[in-house]
Design a protein around this ligand. Structure first.
Ligand SMILES: Nc1ncnc2c1ncn2[C@@H]1O[C@H](COP(=O)(O)OP(=O)(O)O)[C@@H](O)[C@H]1O
Ligand SMILES: N[C@@H](CCC(=O)OP(=O)(O)O)C(=O)O
Length: 384
């Protein structure tokens, strides 16, 4: 399949389609059931043409606003989560009804960032989604808002969709929103024009995008481009378009923006480390450690760390900072923040002798470390 042209879409064996809150929400903040039905009609048609579809859908919070007795979308995390818990069942019920009209069944998958990072959980999600697809069911995926906490939360579904694309080995990903693709300036600005084709994300590095989305969406165009980066670096081409253009987009028509896939498949955890929503802390390195890490082959040992910043637990993403203050890499730390201070600057030999086996382990293993590159991901791992 050609990952550099729109012909990838009708030729795709497996598609991931993500629809955002802005396209599923009425002006009064409630779920737009008609918009949901229109999307399902198009997806059902693709299924009848032999394509497999994985749907990543936002809308749980929107669907929960009414039942929660609220008048507007909440902004604090706890109320958003409560609303999503109320609304998720409602949302899936609407999808079940709409797909049933076409004789199709849906299966709900609620994922967290952790499911795409931890190897065992990644494999588990991969196996169950494969089985669901083999059963002819349409997976309906959302973030598990009820249990996710701030640092490990996607918040928006854009990056989740990219990681799901990697997980299910999609041939293409389609991001549906309320604007017809990336524009050369925020679309509210007079004269802003759609960009039809992007061969390399570096070509649009100068385009002004805002993080503030529609009144209901999360992350705006910034998280969409981040999602595009993850997908294309993983070898998956992307179309970003308006929800109303989904039929044309899936047929390979010239709507929205097509982003050609550049990279070769890398591991999901490396993608996630590079693009994790927020680092939980920082490790300051001495010059030797910074050089070793930048060399690309070394793990970070306690001896090369001069200072620790932030409250993190083992497994959290952290930034690695060189003596001149630049962030040289991101990685998953193997210790809690509180454990580290007595170990700093000491050799693994000393630590093993004083504290015993286990304290001589790397602070960040090289498999859990991604260099800060031009595209935020400059090292290559083997495919998961
Ligand atoms: N350069 C740009 N091109 C296109 N859209 C942009 C740009 N900069 C900012 N945006 C905004 O991004 C918004 C979409 O993001 P968001 O509201 O988070 O959508 P969703 O709910 O679909 O995820 C659009 O409404 C648009 O105003
Ligand atoms: N998981 C949340 C999605 C949060 C959100 O707004 O995402 P998006 O519409 O992708 O910007 C929900 O279902 O409401």
């Amino acid at each position: 399949m050609n990952a550099t042209s729109r012909s990838a879409l009708p030729a795709a064996r497996r598609l991931v389609v993500k629809i955002g809150s802005s396209s599923l929400t009425r002006p009064d903040g409630h779920l737009d059931v008609a918009a949901l039905g229109a999307l399902v009609d198009v997806l059902a048609e693709r299924r009848s043409l032999g394509q497999e579809v994985v749907l990543v859908t936002s809308g749980a919070i929107a669907a929960g606003i009414g039942p929660a007795g609220l008048t507007a979308r909440p902004r604090d995390l706890a109320t958003m989560q409560a609303c999503a818990m109320l609304g998720q069942g409602e949302l899936v019920a609407r999808y079940s009804e709409a797909f049933a009209v076409h004789g199709l069944r849906v299966g709900q998958a609620l994922l967290t960032a952790e499911d795409t990072v931890r190897r065992v959980r990644y494999r588990n999600a991969q196996r169950s989604l494969e089985k669901l697809l083999a059963l002819g069911v349409v997976p309906v995926v959302n973030e598990n808002d009820a249990v996710t906490i701030d640092e490990l939360r996607f918040g928006d579904n854009d990056r989740l969709a990219a990681l799901v694309s990697h997980l299910v080995r999609a041939d293409a990903m389609v991001l549906l929103t309320d604007v017809d693709g990336l524009h050369d300036a925020p679309p509210s600005r007079p004269g802003a024009r759609r960009i039809s084709y992007v061969a390399d994300l570096a070509d649009v590095a100068g385009v002004e995008v805002t993080a503030r989305g529609s009144s209901v969406g999360t992350g705006g165009m910034v998280t969409k481009l981040e999602s595009v980066r993850i997908a294309t670096e993983a070898g998956v081409p992307v179309v970003l378009t308006a929800a109303g253009h989904v039929a044309t987009a899936l047929a390979g028509g010239d709507v929205g923006t097509f982003f050609a896939a550049g990279g070769k498949r890398t591991t999901a955890r490396r993608l996630w480390i590079a693009h994790a929503a927020r680092a939980a802390g920082r490790l300051h390195l001495d010059a030797g450690a910074a050089r070793a890490v930048l060399g690309g082959r070394a793990s970070l040992l306690p001896a090369g760390i001069t200072r620790v910043e932030g409250q993190f637990d083992a497994g959290d993403p952290v930034e690695l900072v060189a003596p001149d203050g630049t962030v040289v890499a991101r990685g998953l730390v193997a210790y809690d923040a509180a454990e580290l201070p007595p170990l700093l600057g000491r050799s693994t030999y000393e630590l093993r002798a004083d504290l015993g086996e286990g304290y001589d382990r790397e602070v960040v293993h090289r498999d859990d470390l991604v260099l800060e590159g031009r595209n935020g991901l400059s090292s290559s791992g083997s495919a998961t």
